[in-house]
Design a protein around this ligand. Structure first.
Ligand SMILES: Nc1nc2c(ncn2[C@@H]2O[C@H](COP(=O)(O)OP(=O)(O)OP(=O)(O)O)[C@@H](O)[C@H]2O)c(=O)[nH]1
Length: 317
């Protein structure tokens, strides 16, 4: 974790010190966190949709900036909790921010300081440890006249002394490089968490899991929207040029397992077929997809689990 140190030495490309750390993107639902992550990573990491609250944490991207490796924790949207699960999702979002080395708050240019942004600004000082650098990224600048940006930036900086302010468009890319460079400089010195080659295919594993989750959600509609997670357990290239992908769908209860499986496994089979076609298209290779459904009991009631969903640094994906 960094403290207030702004003087992290630059890591030279030839054997200089490496840096590595975590960055949490926070903001209201739809602020553009997934879009920004995708733009930063340069691959479609998390599925961007028009529906709010689609991001379920644990979706990460790893970005190399000079000698720095920046691990992004994409958090669930921060919103006003209504149900028990919602509260846990908010807690998960904050857990990511509390443990990150730097935080980026995304605010939508055309919406300005909404009630939601206000609530986040209120919560920031008491939630984050002192000295944790928080950058402000005013996003979707392509949607507003340029002259509105400075007043908005000033109003926000009056509320909190941000370590830096960036005017960005996550979808068009404006300002994103600057933000990435700034974050790279904020990462603490230390070895990289992920070997370089792993970084290359990690996004694919994440995307593959997201694709399966999306297909499940589309098929199950309201039945289980927030109560399952999909993880890609293994990704094996085969000699014939195809790839074998093993995934696990985790559900909270036995009853949910039945719903995901469907009669004689029909639901998971249909989902698997749809996901396989899309994954194969994405990677340009034939894919064999194997999906298991497992119950992780108490998943919904254990605070520790939520934390894990929002922030899991344990392995490379
Ligand atoms: N015009 C414009 N639209 C953007 C920009 N960034 C994101 N969007 C759009 O805003 C919507 C929400 O973007 P997401 O990236 O899914 O937002 P999110 O914050 O990850 O949302 P949750 O997953 O719900 O937390 C999508 O329709 C994006 O295309 C931008 O810079 N300009």
């Amino acid at each position: 974790m960094t403290g207030e140190d702004d003087t992290v030495p630059g890591a030279g490309p030839e054997g200089g010190a490496t840096r590595c750390g975590f960055v949490a993107l926070i903001g209201e639902p739809n602020a553009g966190k997934s879009s920004l992550l995708n733009r930063l990573v340069g691959a479609k990491v998390s599925i961007v949709t028009h529906k709010v609250q689609t991001t379920r944490g644990r979706i990460r991207g790893v970005v190399i900036d000079g000698g720095a490796q920046i691990v992004f924790v994409d958090t669930p949207g921060l919103f006003r909790p209504r149900r028990r699960l919602d509260r846990a999702m908010v807690a998960a979002a904050w857990a990511g921010a509390v443990e990150a080395d730097a935080v980026v708050l995304l605010v939508e240019a055309h919406r300005g300081i909404t009630e939601g942004v206000d609530a986040i600004l209120e919560a920031l000082p008491e939630t984050l440890p002192e000295g944790r650098p928080v950058a402000l990224a005013i996003n979707k600048i392509d949607r507003v006249p340029h002259e509105t940006l400075l007043p908005l930036s000033a109003a926000l900086n009056e509320r909190r002394d941000f370590a830096a302010t960036f005017l960005i468009s996550a979808t068009r890319g404006a300002g994103v490089e600057d933000l990435r460079g700034w974050l790279g400089g904020r990462m603490p010195e230390g070895p990289w968490h992920y070997p370089e080659d792993q970084v290359a295919d990690m996004p694919l594993r994440l995307i593959a899991a997201e694709i399966t989750r999306e297909k499940l959600m589309l098929r199950l509609h309201q039945e289980l929207p927030y109560e399952l997670t999909v993880e890609t357990e293994s990704w094996q290239e085969r000699e014939d040029g195809s790839v074998r992908i093993d995934q696990v769908v985790y559900v909270a209860r036995d009853g949910h397992k039945g719903i995901v499986l469907g009669a004689k496994g029909a639901t998971v089979k249909a989902v698997g077929t749809e996901a396989r076609v899309e994954i194969a298209e994405l990677i340009g290779q034939r894919a064999h997809l194997f999906i298991q459904v497992k119950v992780r009991p108490g998943w919904l009631d254990e605070p520790a689990r939520y934390r894990e969903i929002g922030l899991d640094y344990s392995d490379g994906g």
